[in-house]
Design a protein around this ligand. Sequence first.
Ligand code: CA
Length: 231
Amino acid sequence: MSEQPEILLIEDEAGLVMTIRDRLEEERYKVQVAKDGEKGYQEASKGSFDLIILDLMLPGKGGLDICRDLRQQGIETPILMLTAKGQVIDKVLGLKLGADDYMQKPFEMMELMARVEVQLRKKKRAKEKVEIGEFSFADVHLNFKKMVVSKAGEVLTLSAKEFQLLQFLVENEGDILTRDQLLNEVWGYDALPSTRTVDVHIAWLRQKLEEDSRYPKHILTVHGFGYKFVG
Ligand code: CA
């Protein structure tokens, strides 16, 4: 992340654009605005932003399509989605399509700023983890470079897939990850295994890493969505 985080705001409501941009700039963020979906998608495709604030209902190309197409292109920029009141289905769909967080209009600016900060911090932490190459939670220690996992000082035997799954969970700490997303990331798009494969590997990881695999504290189930890692 550059010292001054760059945020792309894709929103067509002029009043809201002005309010959000002013507030973000007060926080010393660099802001670029796109007022329709096509233009927003083009900008976002560059992959050069630290965060994208994405409205759902847009002229040109809708927010959900933008989100899905960006993720399919491999653009991993965190996306904070804005939706109109009561669009619950869209929330589910948005998260499934790869949005990182979601806010329902109308919202308090303070709340938006807090969420923005969380996303930016998360991105920075994930990058640090990868750069340092090591990570610890509870009595578990991971060395990404050597692909070694130990618990209470004892080295565990993990399959390559288990390790990749664990690494992906850790790198996306705090994010809700759907089974499809995990399957695509760890097994690849053309993978034959079903989402059931993900559940089985999650169960194995829990058995190896959690104190009590029936009551996991780190590899959590998010009902209706998938899984989430908490360090
Ligand atoms: Ca709109």
